[in-house]
Design a protein around this ligand. Structure first.
Ligand code: GAP
Length: 471
């Protein structure tokens, strides 16, 4: 039933041009996706609202947009060359590769803990996994024996330079946040910013995931929205709790069903090499509770390491107390693509209206790809001209489209399915008195509104919807 919903949402996303498989006409690339005309609008809206909430509305947070290609020393310093690994096993017959932890998880779901050993997958290291696989004779999904688990590095590299043999290896960012640490020095040296303050970035990251899956959920190319908040060591606890609270507020605004997320503290074995404490924000997806965001206590790991490896002084001297220290970091890091996927799942609804199934995406009006659809009942010159005038007027503030194809019923159904909160219909009365009907997606109620009051009307309705802080 739950997987059924996932399939339905995926089929809608494809049919209505939200997402496409990357390089699809050549057979596609696993774990790579493109966003279509509606997808890009929705994705931009997510990023815009996140930026407003995290950056624009706060006086001590600023933004950057760093490069994707980075110096190989960055990843030595960050610890990723050594530690950024997943446990990999190989099918001894087909040589297909799988994640050992995923095979064990599937096995436990099927068999339970039959030896009653109270196995906690999150506590297993690579040797424990190999032993568990051997003891329980776990096979590959194709039913063949598998190798012992070994660590597989997820970083993707490229080569820079023009001379064969003389090229330099560089890395595509494995996590977007690293460029924030690299640029930290320029920002702090400007003298304009004092601790505590934060730097945000929205940008692409790349990981050679062993098993990309669930569409946008685990990809090899994806986008992250990060905050790195720099504080004095004694301020860490307070700041960490503050940002956990703020991220909770974000999800209260964003989701219809706030119960579908939970905050779960990571166990010691789950922690990334840079984190002392981490909470995952998890979404109750059709394929189980799944990580949406990480809130990480990175401490002084990043700036100490980059200071040491680059030879630059990345310490901070408090202008009031004269104390010198390496700033500590609270990180909040969420995937744009996972937010996108989970918002589609959160918004998807089916209801029976007049014995027919109405499919509806209850997206927040600030996230929906189209805010207002203009639907002339007739295709005569007058109604088309009025449509164009309304379009020109509303596009200053909203995403708008004019839809003239098919019956009005069909057009409403399409707009419901792509989550358009307001449908403006132009009819014979419009031609007489300059009013239109505005249909509300959620209630299907219609109100007559004067054309010159439409912008104000839609703006008020959006404000009355579940409130985004700062809007
Ligand atoms: N800088 C910290 C960091 O990268 P992470 O938990 O590995 O931490 C943060 O990633 C977020 O990025 C995740 O919570 C998820 O939303 C997103 N993310 C990570 N790997 C992803 C993947 N392979 N595909 C899509 N999104 C991913």
């Amino acid at each position: 039933m739950k997987i059924d919903k996932f399939d339905k949402v995926m089929s809608l996303a494809k049919r209505r041009l939200f997402i496409f498989p990357g390089s699809g006409i050549y057979g596609g690339l696993t774990g790579i996706f493109d966003f279509g005309p509606l997808g890009v609008e929705m994705k931009n809206n997510i990023k815009k609202q996140w930026w407003k909430f995290m950056v624009t509305k706060r006086r001590n947070i600023i933004g950057i947009d760093g490069a994707i290609i980075t110096h190989n020393r960055v990843w030595e310093a960050s610890g990723h060359i050594q530690n950024f690994t997943d446990p990999l096993v190989e099918d001894k017959v087909t040589h297909k590769r799988f994640r050992a932890d995923n095979l064990i998880k599937d096995w436990l779901e099927k068999h339970g803990d039959s030896n009653n050993t109270k196995v906690e997958l999150t506590d297993m290291n690579i040797i424990d996994m190999s032993e568990f696989i051997e003891q329980n004779n776990i096979l590959s999904p194709d039913g063949n024996p598998i190798t012992n688990a070994k660590s597989f590095n997820l970083l993707m590299s490229t080569e820079l330079g023009v001379t064969e043999g003389g090229k330099d290896v560089a890395y595509l960012r494995g996590e977007a946040c690293q460029t924030i640490y690299l640029d930290y020095k320029y920002i702090i040296d400007s003298g304009r910013y004092k601790l505590p303050f934060g730097i945000c970035q929205i940008g692409k990251a790349f990981r050679n995931e062993i098993t990309p899956k669930h569409s946008l959920y685990r990809q090899r190319e994806f986008e992250q929205m990060d905050l790195q908040y720099f504080v004095a060591p004694e301020e860490m606890e307070k700041s960490y709790e503050y940002w956990k609270g703020e991220r909770e507020n974000w999800y209260k605004m964003l989701l219809n069903d706030f119960e579908s997320i939970r905050f779960r503290q990571q166990t010691k074995n789950e922690l990334a090499h840079y984190a002392k404490v981490a909470f995952d924000v998890e979404y109750n997806a059709p394929f189980g509770w799944s990580e949406l965001e990480g809130i990480h206590w990175r401490g002084d790991w990043d700036l100490s390491r980059h200071g040491q490896y680059s030879g630059n002084d990345l310490t901070y001297t408090d202008p009031e107390t004269g104390n010198k220290f390496t700033p500590n970091i609270v990180e909040t890091s969420v995937g744009v693509d996972r937010t996108f996927l989970f918002l589609l799942l959160d918004a998807y609804n089916e209801e029976i209206v007049n014995n027919e199934t109405r499919v509806i995406l209850r997206l927040h009006p600030l996230i929906a790809p189209v805010t207002v659809a203009i639907l002339p009942l007739k295709k005569n010159e007058n109604q088309l001209n009025i449509s164009q005038t309304i379009f020109d007027d509303l596009t200053d503030n909203f995403n708008v489209e004019i839809d003239v194809t098919g019956s009005i019923g069909k057009r409403y159904r399409r707009q419901d399915e792509i989550g358009t909160p307001f449908a403006v219909t132009i009819d014979d009365i419009t031609e007489d008195d300059g009013t239109v009907t505005v249909r509300d997606r959620d209630t299907m109620k219609q109100e007559r509104v004067k054309i010159n009051e439409l912008t104000q009307f839609v703006q008020t309705k959006i404000k009355e919807y579940r409130k985004f802080v700062g809007n």
